[in-house]
Design a protein around this ligand. Structure first.
Ligand SMILES: [Zn+2]
Length: 506
């Protein structure tokens, strides 16, 4: 990462303001705002605008954090009224948007936020938090208003593989600052399809979703779903925007609705699994997925972001404590934890009153959803190991460890270690969010440590802050594991040994 200094030809509104005296009585209009939201902000204008804010305010640092597949710049913006990341009492907060290029309003809202947070009205926020903004993670998709990136990859399914430069850039920033809280901003498209055939569509301007993976401690999940999300929804509603919890699935009654996916390969859960209070916000897209209703969409998303920041600014100690406690627990090896490898959505009997817009009556309405899978539970668990052994000859796996910035050490065999190897006997199938996926039937055998030569393996300890993410990636029966991705399918074959060994203490 490096700073960009002195971009030539920039408009600099308040260049004479000295660092330290940096609040603006007037906000800087964002590029789209300056055009009355008739156009979305282009990547070029976005970068110029961030650099303009940087030059105008000592609270702001714009930095290039990466380059897209097609060579476009990805920018981040640090906001702090001191030195970013230096004050231990301040939670570090990340908001990022436009992983999906055809979801434009999150980016526009982050630009509004970057501008407004410098005005006296919101200035108190930067007394309580340090804020990092990434308005546009997928400039190539944004350019063509397409969901995927320049490699036709869905970035929001790439957070475990980290195969794409855009997601790599995000995680490099995340690892550098170890944010306590994060908000991943999207849009959903309610028009057409099976919903319209059913006669209605979702009609909430802002939706907010929480953590659901059962490996994230119950306290954190409960805090996020029972405290943070209700606060945000109440805040958003009071500002005049319709809102509800983020609920994928449907349309009812044929298809169930549920709180969210539990896969750790998306933005929200990949950060949640490493001890972050991590939420998703989805605004309602325009009918043209571009500029339709853009101002209202951007203001709604801005309001949700503001709700998130207001909550954190009011509870800074609590937010820091939650993240620190989760990360400490993982770093200490998660003793007493059960690592959940399979899960399922299930109903606890509640029905859901879903706010919709009815095509028949042309009015807002409520639909009662009885097929509502409101809970997630583990169906297979193992104890966290001491660590894993990865063959030194497997460059694909080692590259993956590099991309995930995992701690690893050359393995020295030790008599106190109990090393297990798995063999794939056959495959059965299990349900995964409505699909069936293969699940290996495993036979285990103990490996004599004296048969392992120094230099054959790398040892990756579980006891590191990414330990849970690591274990869910490497356990052979993990329904979210690396072996479920095409490039790692070679890890599991009937009759062969799983090349990754599991190490426990005797
Ligand atoms: Zn999205």
């Amino acid at each position: 990462m490096f700073r960009i200094f002195g971009f030539p030809g920039l408009l600099c509104i308040s260049a004479l303001v000295l660092p330290g005296l940096v609040l603006h009585a007037q906000e800087h209009p964002t590029p789209s705002q300056a055009r009355n939201f008739a156009e979305v902000t282009s990547t070029g204008d976005l970068v110029s605008f961030l650099i303009q804010l940087d030059e105008a305010s000592g609270y702001v640092t714009a930095e290039r954090i990466g380059t897209s597949v097609q060579g476009r710049s990805i920018y981040g913006l640090k906001l702090s009224n001191g030195v970013f990341g230096e004050e231990a009492r301040k939670p570090r907060v990340l908001i990022f948007a436009q992983q999906h290029g055809n979801e434009q309003s999150g980016k526009e809202a982050i630009l509004l936020l970057a501008s407004r947070i410098l005005s006296p009205e919101y200035a108190q926020l930067l007394h309580q938090i340090d804020l990092y903004l990434i308005p546009q993670l997928n400039p190539d998709g944004a350019m063509l208003n397409l969901r995927r990136n320049g490699n036709e990859a869905d970035l929001n399914r790439d957070h475990l593989l980290l195969d794409q430069p855009e997601t790599q850039a995000l995680h490099a920033v995340f690892d550098a600052w170890m944010f306590h809280a994060a908000l991943d901003v999207h849009e959903y498209y309610p028009y057409g399809g099976d919903w319209e055939k059913g006669g209605f569509r979702k009609n909430s301007e802002v939706t907010v979703g929480t953590l659901t993976n059962p490996n994230i401690s119950g306290n954190v999940r409960a805090f996020s779903s029972q405290v943070v999300v209700p606060f945000m929804l109440d805040f958003i509603r009071k500002k005049g925007y319709s809102c509800m919890e983020y609920l994928p699935g449907g349309p009812p009654p044929a298809y169930p609705m549920r709180y969210s996916t539990f896969d750790i390969n998306d933005g929200r859960q990949s950060l949640g699994i490493i001890g972050t209070l991590s939420l998703i916000q989805e605004g309602m897209n325009g009918e043209d997925r571009l500029t339709h209703n853009l101002e209202r969409r951007a203001e709604g998303q801005f309001t949700g972001m503001l709700a998130f920041l207001e909550f954190i600014a009011a509870h800074p100690k609590k937010i820091i404590r939650i993240a620190d406690k989760e990360r400490d627990r993982i770093r200490k090896g998660g003793r007493g934890d059960s690592l959940a490898l399979h899960y399922e959505h299930y109903s606890d009997g509640r029905t859901l009153a879903l706010p919709v817009w009815s095509y028949r009556s042309g009015t807002d309405s409520l639909v009662n959803v009885s097929n509502f899978l409101s809970r997630v539970r583990p169906t297979l668990g193992v104890k966290p190991p001491l660590g894993y052994l990865i063959p030194a000859s497997d460059s694909l796996l080692l590259n993956w460890c590099e991309r995930q910035a995992l701690q690893r050490f050359p393995y020295r065999p030790a008599a106190r270690h109990k090393i297990k190897q798995s063999f794939v006997h056959s495959f059965q199938t299990i349900l995964f969010e409505g699909d069936t996926i293969p699940d290996p039937v495993i036979r285990e055998s103990i490996v004599d440590p004296s048969l392992i030569r120094e230099g054959d393996y790398w040892f990756i300890p579980y006891a590191q802050w990414k330990g849970r993410r690591l274990a869910l990636a490497l356990e052979p029966r993990s329904m979210l594991g690396l072996r479920t991705y095409r490039q790692f399918a070679y890890l599991l074959g009937i009759g062969s040994a799983y090349p990754i060994l599991r190490v426990d203490n005797r």
